[in-house]
Design a protein around this ligand. Structure first.
Ligand code: F6R
Length: 240
């Protein structure tokens, strides 16, 4: 696990975008694993800027998102479907037909999870997976538990995650309490992983990652088992 420590959020975003852009320049048909939340927004802006400057094209890329609330409709402005269109897809030349996000509207969530893993597999896996991290160490919506799931699955959100995400909703009662998320094995199968971490609130969980201990009580710590993880963080997250 390699740490790149940046001065602030903007520098972190630029650095993480550079890594993503390099992957796409080296492999224009790359499959990108994408995340939502506040951490990668700056990185997506930098990727969009590089596209506008003619530095990179995402025309032949495919993408799979980590997760989606369940149930939520695609046109809800808090859905991750909406977020991705707003923050990235509408600003670059990726073909929307080549993007996929777990379907938060699916009636049969088990079928949907199976479909999602099968499609990632059939596409030859993910070349680079972007991750944020929850204050409690969650990645995707793999929350701290005694047991973690390998594949894409439906999960309940912990109270701490509901609290953290209420800032995006009119009230805490509007925050969905479940989600569909890639599992730990789905994430670990990505050939390369880039995690963005920003802010003092993430200093405690960043410290756990720096210590190199592994526990399902901090799902992100399991990334130590992967051989190509780059954590791009700011000084507030790294030093507290
Ligand atoms: C989002 C996701 C979550 C977030 C995490 C951090 O797709 O998978 O694990 O990365 O909740 O969210 P922010 O970046 O808003 O602090």
């Amino acid at each position: 696990m390699k740490f790149i420590v940046c001065k602030n959020y903007d520098e972190m975003s630029k650095k993480a975008a550079e890594i993503m852009i390099d992957v796409v320049k080296n492999n224009p048909k790359a499959t990108l694993g994408l995340a939502t939340g506040s951490s990668p927004i700056g990185m997506y802006n930098c990727m969009a800027e590089a596209y506008r400057n003619g530095e990179v094209s995402f025309k032949e890329c495919k993408s799979f998102n980590l997760d989606e609330y369940y149930k939520i409709s695609k046109d809800n402005d808090q859905s991750y479907y909406y977020f991705m269109n707003e923050n990235l897809f509408s600003k670059i030349d990726i073909d929307l037909k080549n993007t996929d996000i777990p379907n938060g509207e699916a009636d049969d969530y088990e079928e949907e999870c199976k479909r999602y893993d099968a499609k990632i597999e059939a596409n030859g896996g993910i070349d680079v997976q972007v991750l944020g991290i929850g204050n409690n160490g969650h990645i995707g919506f793999n929350e701290p538990e005694e047991w973690l799931y390998a594949g894409t699955h439906k999960t309940g959100l912990t109270q701490s995650t509901i609290e953290a995400n209420k800032r995006f909703f009119a009230s805490i009662d509007d925050v969905p309490t479940s989600a569909l998320t890639m599992g730990m094995a789905t994430i670990l199968k990505a050939r390369k992983i880039v995690m963005v971490i920003s802010g003092k609130a993430k200093a405690e969980v960043t410290k756990i990652l720096k210590e190199g201990r592994i526990s399902t009580s901090c799902p992100a710590s399991i990334l130590h088992c992967h051989n190509d993880v780059t954590i791009v963080c700011d000084e507030d997250a790294y030093n507290g």
